[in-house]
Write a protein that binds this ligand. Sequence first.
Ligand SMILES: [Mg+2]
Length: 362
Amino acid sequence: MKISEIQIKTYKIPLPEPVEAYAAGIMKAFDLVICKITNDDGIEGVGYITVHENQGLAISEIIKNSFKNILINQDPRYIEYLWQLMWKNVHYAGRGAPVSFAIAAVDVALWDLKGKCLKEPLWSILGGHSKKVLCYAGNIDLNFSKEKLLTEASKCLNEGFKAIKMRLGRQSLKEDLDRLESMRNHLPDEIALMADANEAWRVDQAVKAFNEIEKFNLVWIEEPIKPDDFSGYKLLKSLGKVPIAAGENLHTMSEFNFLINTLGVDFVEPDLTTCGGITPFMKIAKLSEINNLPVISHGVHELHSHLLSACPNASYMEFHAWRVDDFIDGKLSIENGFTSPSDKPGHGITFDFEKLNSYAIK
Ligand SMILES: [Mg+2]
């Protein structure tokens, strides 16, 4: 079997309303990069990544300029080999983002192609553990007024979610605590609550925040400090106040290895689009399992539903604000806090390219 064609398209998808995170600021749209890989039997695998607005083209150019030539005529079944080939090819300017995003788009397409060739869903060929994926709503944002924060949380509960994550990182800790208290009082006791600080604090500020936040019994606090302050994460975890989630801004397996070995994390949070695809995500999930840690996910929930279904140590999957629901056949549904991946061959997600056309930027 050979790869006969690779096509790359980039789109800018507007968000229904602006959302804000401390590190990223206000987001009004996101970029979507889709990579189609066709084999010599005409079977097509589709990979995609989402990224901040105006960053998609840089990623699609890496695929076009650095990967296309080395992948054409290769056997698409040998994903580990092709992953290493891409990694080595851009090693000098790479070993991280945006190269990891570019590898991820190709890697997902290869896995989808493999699933389609084998006529098996992705969650099954990745190992298959449980199709019941626990999920949470992750789009309760920093720029929302307190009233809107609570209204949006109620909407998520009506959609079937049993867990909700809100963002922290307002001007003062007092304001964050006030919003947290309102949310906790608003939610029924059985609804789980997480918080995401999106790197808002220095370590000393995080220590103060943890002392105050402990009483809210959060499932986790996510990215309290910048992602690569590993000794900071170690210190915060050693306090034993609030479980810590981190990983969405790590881009290599080595960074995850370091975070886990530093004892700086309770919930390991890889995002297949930021860490190089399904291939490294599954290794990070297994490394977490070996270290008795749960794995959670960030972004592209349709894809992650397959990956977490293959992980015995899976915890919550995030339903992210960057949604492609309007452009796909294969939108996930939520029932009583759980979702399930598609049973179609591959990832089972089919894009409506005609509908996407008006959002194309290249
Ligand atoms: Mg986050």
